[in-house]
Design a protein around this ligand. Structure first.
Ligand SMILES: NC(=O)c1ccc[n+]([C@@H]2O[C@H](COP(=O)([O-])OP(=O)(O)OC[C@H]3O[C@@H](n4cnc5c(N)ncnc54)[C@H](OP(=O)(O)O)[C@@H]3O)[C@@H](O)[C@H]2O)c1
Length: 332
């Protein structure tokens, strides 16, 4: 009989998430998954900023994780037992399989990973949920046009680098905002961005004015807070602001909204939000497009991989301190 080690929520975090909000638990797995279910051996767990929000007790776009439950996470793995007609042993899948070694799942919402498009880990990043967020958030909500300026915050992360590269492929001028010289250099020298602003070491508004002389047509925001206000202050006429995330506020007990929202009025623009789950029916389109760009060398991937389920909480924290450099993953 197989045993399964899991990350269990023991307290809803107050402010910054702590390692002590979670614990390791080992359970025994049944000999066979129930009828209509599969057993997945998880190979990679994705550390996503949204996990912090999911650990709150209330419901937003998805129900919060309850005390005693396995911490929600996107994971990818191999099917090792199947009692489900649509899934075969040996196939690879990704989805909300949780922070654990093995998952018993009914298959709903899982995506089969086509490894001809890229290694399994990429299916939690650029070919997975964050990649789909960037693809549909930018193209559907941001509506970028060739020649326009696209500004993206949280630019050195998986969503940010994917947004920036897709915008470049659509003929835009692309400027990223990221923390530190190394990440800014990475954006311009490796990811093809036209310019980068180091929000930790320069005045962000002055940086936006310097790098976006024709103002900002699309602002893709992953960060919120002061950076959102600075971007709102430099919008072009008809600008589109896509709110994708607000990581600067996720661990705050008093999250704040934008002060400069009237700039949307003078720009005759709009602010809109994106939730990736709204595009589930169209994931194949996004995966095919990004898969093509990867295979033809038009898009690059940056991963930051750690090991060991016991390091789940400490690895998660790296997202909120900016210690991760690329798509943050845990190899199991
Ligand atoms: N709406 C949706 O459906 C959806 C889906 C997926 C992701 N998202 C959002 O997309 C955003 C990016 O996600 P990701 O997976 O690509 O993460 P990521 O960018 O790879 O990692 C998070 C990064 O956020 C930055 N950060 C942390 N605290 C910050 C602060 N106080 N101010 C400014 N930057 C800060 C850090 O970069 P620096 O070193 O540059 O500070 C850190 O590396 C998140 O907000 C996430 O919630 C939304």
């Amino acid at each position: 009989m197989l045993s399964n080690t899991q990350i269990i929520l023991v307290s809803h975090p107050q402010g910054m998430v702590k390692a002590s909000d979670m614990t390791l638990q080992t359970t025994q797995l049944p000999a066979q998954p129930p009828h209509g279910h599969i057993l997945v051996a998880i190979k990679y767990i994705s550390l996503d900023p949204a996990i912090r929000g999911w650990l709150n007790p209330g419901t937003t776009y998805i129900k919060g994780v309850q005390i005693g439950e396995v911490v929600r996470a996107f994971s990818a793995g191999e099917i090792v037992e199947s009692n489900h007609p649509d899934y075969q042993v040996g196939e690879y899948v990704w989805g909300l399989l949780g922070a654990q070694q093995y998952a018993i799942h009914n298959g709903q919402g899982l995506v089969k990973a086509d490894l001809s498009k890229g290694p399994l880990s990429w299916h939690l990043g650029v070919l997975g949920m964050p990649g789909m967020t960037a693809y549909f958030g930018l193209l559907e909500k941001g509506q970028p046009k060739a020649g326009e300026t696209v500004l993206v915050s949280g630019a050195a992360g998986v969503v940010g680098t994917t947004v920036g590269q897709i915008a470049k492929l659509h003929g835009c001028r692309v400027v990223g905002i990221a923390g530190g010289a190394a990440k800014c250099q990475f954006l311009t020298e490796q990811m093809g961005f036209d310019a980068a602003i180091d929000y930790k070491n320069e005045n962000v508004l002055a940086g936006i004015q310097r790098t976006c002389p024709d103002k900002v047509n699309v602002f893709y925001d992953n960060v919120g807070g002061d950076i959102l206000d600075d971007a709102l202050a430099h919008l072009a006429l008809g600008a589109r602001v896509v709110l994708c995330g607000s990581i600067s506020q996720y661990n705050s007990t008093d999250p704040r909204g934008p002060k400069n929202y009237m700039k949307i009025v003078t720009a005759r623009g709009y602010i809109t939000g994106v939730i990736v789950f709204d595009f589930v029916e169209r994931y194949a389109e996004g995966i095919n497009a990004i898969g093509h760009w990867l295979q033809t060398g038009q898009m690059k991937v940056q991963e930051d991989v750690y090991e060991g389920l016991e390091n789940f909480a400490s690895t998660l924290l790296k997202l909120y301190t900016g210690e991760n450099f690329g798509k943050l993953l845990l190899k199991i």
